[in-house]
Write a protein that binds this ligand. Structure first.
Ligand code: ADP
Ligand code: MG
Ligand code: MG
Length: 873
C-alpha cells in the first residue's frame, strides 16, 4: 500500500520531493529537536493522485489522514472536534520549491459554534477564542470556498468604526463575538449554506482546496515564470496550532538570518505582539524590528537567536524563518532558504565561502542564474540624484532604480506595460492577485507593509525595485492619485524610486549602465574556472559587442547583417538592388553597399580584438526592405529612372503568402548569388584590413542561414569560397576563414550528417527551429499560447525555454550526426534560448562548444554553464 501521509517525525529534509519544502523542513527541524508544533504531511504524490483521478481524494488517502490525526491527538492530549478542549490545526500548502503567496493557509481549523465556547472557557480568554474563530471563518471562506476576503473586511471594519477602534487588538471579546456573527451571515448569504460545523468536513475540504490551488491561474503563472513543472504537485501540512494572538505575552514574526536585500550578515526580522499568521506580512499593523524582542522578552530572544544560528549552520545557507510566541514560549513554524536579491545572493555566497561554510562550487550552485539579470540593471545617474530632493522616503524593500509612469492597480499596470511604458505600481498594499501587474512594473511603491510584506518579498524575487511602507502617502486608488511631500501625483505621471535607499522622487530620473565588479566579478571568475562551455554573444554593432565583452563574452556567435541595411543612408541602395531587373544592375547596386558593410565589420573586428566572430549572411525576406510609403516609392522611382507605377508593381510582386517560409535565408543567395559575393567581399576585406592594421589573429566565420539540403549549402559555399579566394589573392593575404551553416530547419537536423560534409561549423538557430518544429510562428503564438498555459497543454513558452523533448531531440540528433561525419565540427547555439539557464545546461549536456546570447544575458550563461558542470558531477 502506498504511504500517502507522513508524521513530521517520520520525515527529513531529504524527502523534499515527496513532502514538499515546508513539510520536509518541519520534519528535519523535528529531528533536530527544535520546538515545532507537531503534525503530519499529505504527500505531493497524493496531490498528483487527486488530479489523476479527475480531482478525487481516495478513501485510502482519507483513511491515512484519519490515522495520522489520531496519532496527533494522542501526542497533543487533545481531541479534534472536542467541545471542551479541541485540537485545532493549520492547513498549509507546501510544494517542492517555495511559491510564496501562491497558495493560502487556513488557521484555527476545528473550531465550531460549540467548540469556541469550550475553548473560551478552557483558556479563560474569550477574546482570544473569538479572535481565532473569526479568523478561521474568513480564511476558510476565502481559501476553501473562494468567497473574497473583502466581503468579510466590510463587516470587520464596520464594527471597528462603530466602536471607534483603530487597532484590531483593541477589539473586545464581545466585539469579536459580534464579528463572528456577522461573518457567519456573510458566509450564509454568499454560499447559501451555514458555516460547516463538522471539523472533519472542514479538514477534508481544506486539504482538497490546497490540492485544487495548485492549479489556480496564479500558481500556473508563477510556475511558468520560474520553470516549475506542474507534475511536481503540492503537499499539504496539517499542524497543531500554537497561538500568537493570546495576549501581550504572545506574538508572531518572520526573520531572515541575513539581510535579504543586501546580504549583510545580521539577523533581520520583524514581529507583532498579539497577532496571528499573516498579520505581519499583510501590513495591517507596522511590525517591530526583531531587536525589540530583546527588551520585550529577553529569554525568548536568546532562544530565537540560538535557533536562527543553528538553522543557518545546519542548512549552510541564509534561512527565512517564521515563528510564533505563545505565552512566552517560542515555536518555529517554518524555515527555508530565503529568497534574496541577486545582490544579496552574491554577498551571501561570498561570505559563506569566506566563513568556510561552503565551497566555491556550492556557492555557484546556490545562485539563481536568472536573477543575475538584476545586477545588470541600470542605477540612477549620480549627478542627477545629488541635485534632486526626494518627495518622500520609506523602506528600501527591493534594490534597483526605477522611473516610470504611475498606475494604481495591477490591471492598468499590465496594460501600460504591454504598451511598452515603464510602469511604477502604487498600491496601498499588494496581494497575490497583483502578481502579473507587479511583473509588468519597473518599480513598486506601497503605503503599508514592512521589509517582509508581500510586495517586498515578491519584488525582490522578481528583481523589481520596491519601496514599501510609505505611510506618508495619501492614496486614492479609486480616483487614481496620491499625495506625498505636498505633491499630487496622478495616473500616468512620472515618479522615480530608488529601491536601494528608499527615496521617492518626482519626475523621470535618467539611469546609467551597470558593470561587473566586487562579489559579482569574483563569482563570475569562479564560474569561468568551472565551466567548459564557451559563452558568446549575439551582437550586430560594435557598441553591443563592446558591452558584451564587458560582461564576459568570448566571441560573437551571431552578427545579423540585415540590420545594417536599414540605416537611412543604406536602405535606398538595398532597395535599388532588390528592384534591379538584371544581374548587372544588381551587382552595381551591391557594389555601392560594400563599403558600408565593410566598415560595419571592421568596427566589430576591432572591438573583438581577434575573438571569434560569426557573421550570418542576409536572412529576411526581401519585401521587408521595400518601401510602402508613397514618398519613398516616388524617391526610389526617381533614383532608378522608373515610373511610380513600375516601382509599385515590383514592390507588390514581392508579396508572399507566408514570408517566414518564403524567399529568404540561403534561398536569396541561390537566386541572387551576387548578394553572397558582396557580403563575402565585405567580410574578407574587413578581416584582412583589421588583421593587417591591428595584428589580431582573425579567422572570419561566415554563416549561411536556413539551409535544409547539402547541395544548397554547397552552392552558396562555392560562391563564398570563390570570392574569398579572389579577395585573398587581390590583397595578398593568407588569412584563414570558415564557412558554416545555421541549423534551423528540421530537415537539416535529419540530414546533418550530409550537411556536415560541407560545413566547418553548425550553429543552432533555435528560434526558427522551434517555429518550424512546432509549426506555429513566434510572431503569432502570443495570441493562443495563454490558452495553452491555462489548460496545461504547455507549461512554458517554447520560444523562451527550449522544448527539450521535441526541438531538443532534433538538436541532439543533429549534433551527433554532424560529429559522426566530422568529429571536429564546431557546434553552437545562437537562438534566444542561448541565455536561458535550463537551455544552457541542455547545450552543455549535448556537447555543444558554445552558447551565444544577448549581451545582458552573458553573465547568466556563464554561471549556468558552470552549474551545468556541477549538476553533472
Ligand atoms: P506561506 O506558505 O504563505 O508562508 P504558511 O503555511 O507558512 O504560509 O502559513 C502562514 C502563517 O500562518 C505562518 O507564517 C504562521 O504565522 C501561521 N501558521 C501556520 N501554521 C500555524 C500553526 N500551526 N500555528 C500557528 N501559526 C501558524
Ligand atoms: Mg500565504
Ligand atoms: Mg510561511
Amino acid at each position: 500500500m502506498t504511504k500517502w501521509v507522513y508524521l513530521f517525525k517520520e520525515g527529513d529534509a531529504s524527502m523534499r520531493n515527496l513532502l514538499g519544502g515546508k513539510g520536509a523542513n518541519l520534519a528535519e527541524m523535528t529531528k533536530l529537536g527544535l520546538p515545532i508544533p507537531q503534525g503530519f504531511i499529505v504527500t505531493t504524490e497524493a496531490c498528483n493522485d487527486y488530479y489523476a483521478r479527475g480531482r478525487q481524494v481516495t478513501d485510502e488517502v482519507k483513511a491515512q489522514i484519519s490515522d495520522a490525526l489520531a496519532e496527533l491527538e494522542k501526542e497533543q492530549g487533545k481531541k479534534f472536534g472536542d467541545n471542551e478542549n479541541p485540537l485545532l490545526v493549520s492547513i498549509r500548502s507546501g510544494a517542492r520549491a517555495s511559491m510564496p503567496g501562491m497558495m493560502d493557509t487556513v488557521l484555527n481549523l476545528g473550531l465550531t459554534d460549540v467548540a469556541v465556547e469550550g475553548f473560551a472557557a478552557r483558556t479563560g480568554n474569550p477574546r482570544f477564542a473569538y479572535d481565532s474563530y473569526r479568523r478561521f471563518i474568513q480564511m476558510y471562506a476565502d481559501v476553501v470556498m473562494e468567497v473574497s476576503k473583502e466581503k468579510f473586511d466590510v463587516v470587520f471594519d464596520a464594527v471597528k468604526e462603530e466602536k471607534g477602534i483603530s487597532l484590531d487588538t483593541d477589539l473586545s471579546a464581545d466585539d469579536l463575538k459580534e464579528i463572528v456573527k456577522g461573518f457567519k451571515e456573510v458566509y450564509k448569504k454568499e454560499l447559501g449554506e451555514d458555516f460547516p460545523q463538522d471539523p472533519r468536513e472542514q479538514l477534508l475540504a481544506s486539504i482538497t482546496a490546497v490540492f485544487r490551488s495548485w492549479d489556480n491561474p496564479r500558481a500556473i503563472y508563477y510556475r511558468r515564470m520560474n520553470d516549475i513543472p506542474g507534475s511536481w504537485g503540492t503537499a499539504v501540512n496539517v499542524q497543531a496550532m500554537v497561538f500568537g494572538n493570546m495576549g501581550d505575552t504572545s506574538g508572531t514574526g518572520v526573520a531572515f538570518t541575513r539581510n535579504p536585500s543586501t546580504g549583510e550578515a545580521l539577523i533581520y526580522g520583524e514581529y507583532l505582539i498579539n497577532a496571528q499568521g499573516e498579520d505581519v506580512v499583510a501590513g495591517i499593523r507596522t511590525p517591530n524590528p526583531i531587536s525589540h524582542l530583546e527588551e520585550d522578552m529577553p529569554e525568548v530572544y536568546q532562544e530565537f537567536m540560538r535557533i536562527a544560528h543553528l538553522l543557518e549552520d545546519h542548512y549552510k545557507d541564509m534561512q527565512d524563518m517564521e515563528f510564533t510566541i505563545e505565552d512566552r514560549k517560542l515555536y518555529i513554524l517554518q524555515t527555508r532558504s530565503g529568497k534574496r536579491t541577486a545582490h544579496a545572493a552574491l554577498q551571501i555566497a561570498c561570505d559563506l565561502v569566506d566563513e568556510g561554510k561552503i565551497t566555491k562550487e556550492e556557492a555557484i550552485k546556490r545562485i539563481d542564474a536568472k536573477s543575475l539579470d538584476q545586477m545588470l540593471h541600470p542605477g540612477f545617474d549620480d549627478k542627477v540624484i545629488k541635485a534632486s530632493t526626494p518627495i518622500g522616503s520609506a523602506l528600501p524593500a527591493s534594490p534597483g532604480a526605477a522611473a516610470g509612469r504611475v498606475y494604481f492597480n495591477a490591471e492598468d499596470a499590465k496594460k501600460a506595460g504591454d504598451r511598452g511604458e515603464r510602469v511604477i505600481l502604487v498600491r496601498l498594499e499588494t496581494s497575490p492577485e497583483d502578481i502579473e501587474g507587479m511583473h509588468a512594473s519597473k518599480g513598486i511603491l506601497t503605503v503599508r507593509g514592512g521589509m517582509t510584506s508581500h510586495a517586498a518579498v515578491v519584488a525582490r524575487g522578481m528583481g523589481v525595485a520596491c519601496v514599501s511602507g510609505c505611510a506618508e502617502v495619501g492614496i486614492n486608488e479609486a480616483d487614481k492619485y496620491f499625495t506625498l511631500g505636498g505633491e499630487t501625483i496622478k495616473e500616468g505621471d512620472y515618479i522615480s524610486l530608488d529601491g536601494t535607499t528608499g527615496n521617492i522622487y518626482l519626475g523621470d530620473i535618467p539611469t546609467v549602465e551597470a558593470g561587473i565588479s566586487g562579489n559579482f566579478d569574483r563569482i563570475m571568475h569562479w564560474a569561468d574556472e568551472i565551466r567548459t562551455l564557451k559563452v558568446r554573444t549575439n551582437a550586430d554593432t560594435p557598441t553591443d559587442a563592446a558591452n558584451a565583452i564587458k560582461f564576459g563574452a568570448e566571441g560573437i556567435g551571431l552578427t545579423r547583417t540585415e540590420h545594417m541595411f536599414f540605416e537611412p543612408d543604406r536602405i535606398p541602395k538595398i532597395r535599388k538592388m532588390i528592384l534591379s531587373s538584371t544581374a548587372e544592375a544588381r551587382e552595381a547596386a551591391l557594389e555601392e553597399l560594400i563599403p558600408f558593410q565593410k566598415q560595419d565589420f571592421k568596427g566589430i573586428y576591432e572591438v573583438m580584438e581577434g575573438r571569434p566572430v560569426t557573421i550570418r549572411f542576409l536572412d529576411p525576406p526581401l519585401h521587408e526592405f521595400v518601401p510602402t510609403a508613397k514618398a519613398d516609392i516616388e524617391a526610389l522611382a526617381k533614383d532608378m529612372g522608373l515610373t511610380y507605377d513600375e516601382v509599385k508593381a515590383k514592390c507588390d510582386s514581392l508579396h508572399e503568402f507566408n514570408p517566414m517560409m518564403g524567399h529568404r535565408g540561403c534561398r536569396l543567395a541561390v537566386t541572387y548569388p551576387e548578394i553572397a559575393k558582396m557580403q563575402t567581399r565585405a567580410v574578407m576585406e574587413a578581416a584582412i584590413e583589421v588583421k593587417n592594421e591591428r595584428g589580431f589573429n582573425i579567422i572570419p566565420e561566415i554563416m549561411i542561414p536556413l539551409v535544409g539540403e547539402k547541395r544548397e549549402l554547397k552552392f552558396v559555399k562555392d560562391v563564398v569560397v570563390e570570392t574569398a579566394e579572389a579577395v585573398k589573392k587581390e590583397m595578398n593575404s593568407d588569412i584563414e576563414y570558415h564557412v558554416g551553416t545555421m541549423i534551423e530547419i528540421p530537415r537539416a537536423c535529419l540530414l546533418a550528417n550530409e550537411i556536415a560534409e560541407e560545413a566547418d561549423f553548425f550553429s543552432f538557430g533555435t528560434n526558427d527551429l522551434t517555429q518550424m518544429t512546432f509549426g506555429f510562428s513566434r510572431d503569432d503564438a502570443g495570441n493562443f499560447l495563454d490558452a495553452y498555459y491555462e489548460n496545461k497543454i504547455y507549461e512554458s513558452d517554447p520560444f523562451a525555454r527550449l522544448d527539450q523533448d521535441g526541438v531538443g531531440q532534433l538538436v541532439k540528433m543533429a549534433a551527433q550526426k554532424g560529429r559522426a561525419t566530422k568529429p571536429e565540427l564546431k557546434l553552437g547555439i545562437c537562438g534566444e534560448h542561448g541565455g536561458d539557464p535550463s537551455t544552457v545546461e541542455f547545450c552543455h549536456n549535448v556537447g555543444l562548444n558554445y552558447v551565444s546570447c544577448s549581451p545582458f544575458r552573458v553573465p547568466i550563461a556563464r554561471l549556468a554553464a558552470a552549474q551545468a558542470v556541477l549538476n553533472n558531477k
